[in-house]
Design a protein around this ligand. Structure first.
Ligand code: NDP
Length: 330
């Protein structure tokens, strides 16, 4: 007997369960496919919960937009985010997780089974729900930023950096993401301006050192972006305000925003508690939300650590919490 389900087996099983039906009943639904979602899937599948996972807008989650991951245990030489997430996915599928494209667009958590709408049409009725929807990149909120999105303005250096090979670009933000994106872009571009609103960086010491050591990064402390300028070809520059209140123009072709993230909890907020930013609140030391049978893990509930390894750990806890919850219902 084969120990693990093959992908072909999985496809046949999906057909048998008529996954295209408008309403489908599942024991354990996982929404979101970052380290938290996949780890929850591995544990839930191994516990015979037959998990169904919807990957969301960004299959693989935020790590697919990062470069080298050097701090995930088990990869002594480091690994790229996309490769690591592909490994997570394969491992989840190997134990039978039914991984599907689709975005959860609405939820009714008023009673069990919970109803989660996918892509505005299909409804999944779930005995238990694991929310692993992560967080999404924030933008500055400037009109000109909106105007040039996709034409020079980006929130992902790994995705778009290549388009600015040999050119001058800017990164805004003073955290680890901004530092990482600036060093990554410095390897591709001619020059990188790092625009930081305070007189210091929030990034970890190691990342700050990397920025300092990189000759083609110019750090602009106490600068704020006033406007992004451009023409029909896209971004051509940015107007910044310095600490003295003076306007400074920089000539750039790419403008990368790296100022943090917003937790993707909006569709669940009516039923479960969140903090003022939107991070889901769970019972201390568990992944339990205030709705029995609904669990949250990963960046959507973690304003503090937000690491792949902590997200994976909380995904494991969510699956164990779901298994125990379902076990108690039988
Ligand atoms: P952070 O919240 O840590 O940093 C956001 C940065 O953007 C801050 O410097 C903040 O400034 C700045 N900022 C926020 N809003 C604005 C604005 N409107 N205008 C200008 N600047 C603004 O987010 P990150 O995405 O950098 O990191 C999130 C978490 O992920 C952190 O815990 C980080 O350590 C972790 N991480 C780890 C990595 C790794 O280990 N390889 C890689 C990337 C992230 P201010 O400081 O003034 O508030």
């Amino acid at each position: 007997m084969a120990l693990f389900k093959t992908l072909e087996n999985q496809e046949e099983e999906n057909k048998a369960r008529s996954v295209d039906a408008e309403v489908e009943k599942v024991k354990c639904l996982i929404v979101g496919s970052g380290p938290a979602g996949y780890t929850a899937a591995i544990y839930a599948a191994r516990a015979n919960l037959n998990p169904v996972m919807y990957e969301g807008l960004e299959p693989g989650g935020q790590l697919t937009t990062t470069t080298d991951v050097e701090n995930y245990p088990g990869y002594p030489e480091g690994v790229t985010g996309p490769v690591m997430m592909e490994d997570f996915k394969k491992q989840a599928q190997r134990f039978g997780t039914d991984v599907r494209f689709g975005l959860a667009t609405a939820a009714d958590l008023s009673k069990r089974p919970f109803k989660v709408t996918i892509d505005g049409k299909k409804v999944i009725e779930a005995d238990s729900l694991i929310i692993a929807t992560g967080a999404t990149a924030k933008y500055l909120g400037l009109e000109s930023e909106e105007k040039y999105k996709g034409q020079g303005v980006s929130a992902c250096a790994t995705c778009d950096g290549f388009f600015y090979k040999g050119k001058d670009v800017a990164v805004v933000g003073g955290g680890d993401t901004a530092a990482e994106e600036a060093t990554y872009l410095a390897g591709i571009c001619n020059k990188v301006y790092l625009i930081i609103r305070k007189d210091h960086m929030r990034a970890s010491k190691v990342m700050q050192e990397r920025v300092k050591k990189t000759k083609n990064i110019e750090v602009l402390f106490e600068h704020n972006t006033k406007e992004i300028v451009g023409d029909t070809s896209g971004v051509t520059g940015a107007i910044l305000t310095n600490g003295k209140g003076e306007d400074v123009k920089i000539d750039i072709h790419g403008f990368f925003v790296a100022i943090g993230h917003k937790p993707n909890s909006d569709i669940f907020k009516e039923y479960i508690d969140t903090d003022e930013v939107g991070y889901i609140t769970t019972e201390p030391d568990t992944t339990k939300t205030k709705v029995p049978g609904v669990f949250a893990c990963g960046d959507v509930m973690d304003p503090h650590y937000r690491q792949a390894v902590t997200a994976a750990g909380s995904g494991c806890r969510a699956a164990i919490d779901a298994e125990r919850f379902l076990g108690a219902q039988e």
